[in-house]
Design a binder for this molecule. Structure first.
Ligand SMILES: [Zn+2]
Length: 269
């Protein structure tokens, strides 16, 4: 999550302020209508969040834009994080099997959960800290040049990362390389419900132009409906998990999931 001006605050102070703010918000929003599976708290609503840029509406970007019921007041999980939780809980053995996991650009809520599981061998890394909130224990890694042995991970979680990466082809090849046979990766991206083909133009290079054309200052493309084919061309079998069809509706409502958002999960074949 982007926090403007965060780089001006020392990390230790930011931690304290963030913790105090979250404790205050979780009391203020305490209720029963909505539930966050990461921190285990319930609320009368989640916090609003996201940006309201014209391009996000015009191109019908799923996973971007303003949402009135988005952020958990206690742990700052967002709808797509809670969608991942539901998939992990209902469709995988991640809570019980011995699995080696790589989490790229790790969201704090997902990282805390996976690190707490005694059965997992958890690794995480990110390329940039600037302007984002990551635990300082997270290592520096480059998704286009992963310094890990081939076929060494059971699971990769790479959530809203590829839209930041110029060479997403190389990133996919690297993720495919480090996965064991039958390993799987969550490769979620913001995706246009309108564009047939992915839009990518490396000449769009300033933060202002990227925000205007792609909907965020550091995004380098907008994926279109051809995204699953892109994964398939790189040796993955793609499962599109839609909680509105595949999960109890009561849970979907409590987690305040986006009705249009499907989770893209890629299995190494
Ligand atoms: Zn939470």
């Amino acid at each position: 999550m982007k926090i403007p001006g965060k780089e001006l605050i020392p990390y230790w102070l930011g931690e304290k302020l963030r913790g105090a703010w979250q404790r205050y918000l979780s009391l203020k929003y305490k209720g029963t209508d909505y539930h966050c599976p990461y921190c285990g708290n319930s609320f009368k609503k989640f916090l609003p969040g996201g940006t309201d840029l014209p391009v996000l509406t015009e191109k019908m970007i799923i996973g971007g834009g303003f949402r009135d019921n988005l952020l958990c007041p206690r742990c700052f999980s967002v709808d797509r994080d809670r969608l991942i939780y539901l998939y992990l809980k209902e469709k995988t053995n991640i809570f019980s099997a011995r699995l080696k996991i790589l989490h790229i650009a790790p969201e704090g809520c997902i990282r805390s959960l996976l690190m707490s599981l005694p059965n997992t061998d958890y690794h995480s890394g990110v390329k940039y800290f600037e302007g984002y909130y990551y635990d300082r224990k997270v290592k520096l890694i480059d998704v286009t040049s992963l310094q890990f042995e081939s076929e060494s991970f059971d699971v990769v979680i790479c959530n809203h990362v590829l839209e930041h990466v110029h060479d997403d082809q190389k990133a996919l090849e690297e993720i495919h390389r480090i996965l064991k046979p039958n390993g799987w990766a969550i490769l979620q991206v913001p995706i246009s419900d309108k564009l047939g083909e992915t839009e990518y133009d490396p000449s769009i290079s300033t933060p202002e132009d990227r925000e205007k054309i792609y909907g965020q200052h550091d995004h380098v493309r907008i994926y279109g409906q051809d995204y699953p084919k892109f994964l398939e061309r790189n040796g993955f079998k793609v499962v599109q998990y839609s909680p509105f069809h595949d999960s109890p509706q009561e849970t979907v409502k409590k987690f305040a999931l986006n009705p249009k958002e499907k989770l893209f999960v890629a299995y190494k074949v």
